[in-house]
Design a protein around this ligand. Structure first.
Ligand code: URP
Ligand code: ZN
Ligand code: ZN
Length: 473
């Protein structure tokens, strides 16, 4: 007899393929059955579930998987303001039950030492399960060898930068070498695709002529520089015979490059983030005074006078964009963003939003941009598949971790710094009213958010050793 511990009944289970009334049965940390309604009679006959959760009028969805976060990320002389503890707690509030964050090999440093230190920083801190990508900031022989070992240890993706000269930037030769290595070890190459050298020329010229406010961050990081770098990365990936995943894509022109490659059958994938779907250069970055600093991130928010947002939504429908992540990398205005009061180049680049992804993308459902099933696919199922977490994560099926969210689709509420849980002194989403709300969150069978209360504990989240991307095997 199955030891039945938890039954979620009365709800509409939404998967990447559709929605139906169903009951979810959890035993300990694992889903053991997804049943037709009414099966609770059979369950009662078997001894009953220890606990029943009523999900009437709620969507029951797999816990969100956010594969691009930066807790305590070192940037521009400071650190992202959410730690693994505060950031994963905020993620849980927003219905995300797995993150994949980054370990960073800084220039001149040893990959193994940097990875070990980052894992130690996360261990015992996280409220939800987590994995790590490795940023390779100095592609050298040792770093390349270490990539093979990391793949064997469950770190199956590597981020390189074509931006930030002198900090993270890899040149084309280094990128090609890393791609060849990934082609050999099965890893997925993630690319920050912006031409950083060209951006720095325009940035210096802007400051020189007195254009030093936050909006100029957006003007100098031109869409052409994103599309050129995306094109170059794709060509290098073709020669290197490696799969490629473009992170935080924001420009139509870059999306075009991804679409061309995909139409030719290449293993090229891309993600976008909620901020690029809802915010723009004029309304957010170009605010009076220093307000725009809240929205300084790279790639930048794009102008509303072109079709970037409409094209991104189209990309999400056509699968040229297959993942929505947050690129959560928050910095407070006070003492952090403020470092760039006189020069936008000194504003730490980053955006806080790990708590709001599920709600913001659900808004896309109510606005008719994507289907209910696509919401789940973009926020949970595909990210899990992309990053080697599937079917443990990203799906409600027997054998999967019981990471489950009960979502109320009819509970409008307004986001504010006063009600968010991220460690930031402002909300980039201040005043945005979203149509639905995360109500109950289970992480491996434990209820960690319920009735407006956080019931989780730091340290309950486990490091997940990931397999290879499902899209490559
Ligand atoms: O502005 C951003 N995106 N900050 C985080 C670092 C990165 O490039 O992803
Ligand atoms: Zn990046
Ligand atoms: Zn990032």
């Amino acid at each position: 007899m199955v030891c039945m511990t938890l039954l979620i009944k009365g709800g509409t289970v939404v998967s990447s393929t559709g929605a139906s009334l169903a009951e979810v049965l959890v035993d300990g940390e694992t889903i053991v059955a997804v049943l037709s309604p009414g099966c609770d009679a059979a369950i009662a006959a078997e001894g009953g579930a220890t606990r029943v959760i009523d999900a009437t009028d709620r969507y029951v969805i797999p816990g969100g998987v956010d594969v691009h976060t930066h807790m305590s990320f070192p940037f521009g002389g400071t650190f992202a303001s959410d730690t693994f503890e505060t950031g994963t707690r905020a993620a849980a509030w927003g219905g995300t039950t797995t993150i994949v964050d980054f370990a960073t090999q800084a220039y001149g440093k040893n990959v193994r030492e940097c990875f070990d230190a980052r894992l130690a920083e996360a261990q015992g801190e996280c409220a939800i399960d987590y994995g790590l990508h490795m940023i390779i900031g100095d592609v050298q022989d040792d770093a390349l060898k270490e990539m093979d070992r990391l793949v064997d240890e469950g770190v199956s993706s590597f981020k390189l930068f074509m931006a930030y000269p002198g900090v993270f930037l890899s040149d084309d030769g280094q990128i090609l070498r890393a791609m060849q290595q990934a082609a050999g070890n099965g890893g997925l190459l993630m690319m920050h695709a912006e031409n950083g050298l060209a951006i720095d020329v325009l940035a210096a010229q802007a400051v020189e002529r007195g254009d030093s406010g936050p909006v100029h961050h957006g003007y100098v990081r031109r869409a052409e520089f994103e599309s050129e770098a995306t094109h170059r990365a794709i060509q290098l990936a073709k020669v290197g015979a490696a799969p490629l995943y473009i992170v935080h894509l924001s420009a139509s022109e870059a999306l075009e490059q991804v679409a061309i490659a995909r139409n030719k059958g290449m293993n090229v994938f891309a993600e976008t983030c909620p901020q690029y779907l809802y915010f723009n250069l004029e309304d957010q970055l170009d605010q009076p005074g220093f307000e725009g600093a809240k929205y300084v991130c790279s790639t930048p928010l794009r102008t509303k006078h072109e079709h970037h947002q409409a094209d991104l939504w189209t990309g999400l429908r056509t699968n040229d964009l297959s993942v929505v992540s947050t690129d959560h990398c928050p910095f407070c205005m006070k003492e952090q963003k403020e470092m760039g009061l006189d020069d936008f180049r000194a504003i730490p680049n980053g955006f806080g939003g790990v708590e709001h992804r599920i709600d913001m993308i659900y808004q896309g459902v109510t606005q008719g941009e994507i289907s209910l099933a696509r919401w789940v696919e973009l926020c949970a199922t595909t990210p899990a598949r992309m990053m080697g977490l599937y079917p443990r994560k990203g799906v409600l099926q027997p054998g999967s971790d019981a990471d489950i969210v009960l979502y109320n689709p009819n509970h409008p509420w307004t986001i504010s710094v006063d009600n968010h849980h991220m460690n930031i002194d402002y909300s980039a989403y201040e005043g945005v009213t979203v149509p639905g709300k995360v109500e109950t969150v289970l992480s491996r069978g434990r209820v960690i958010v319920e009735g407006g209360q956080y019931l989780g504990r730091k340290g309950d989240g486990q490091f997940i050793r990931r397999g290879l991307s499902s899209y490559l095997i």
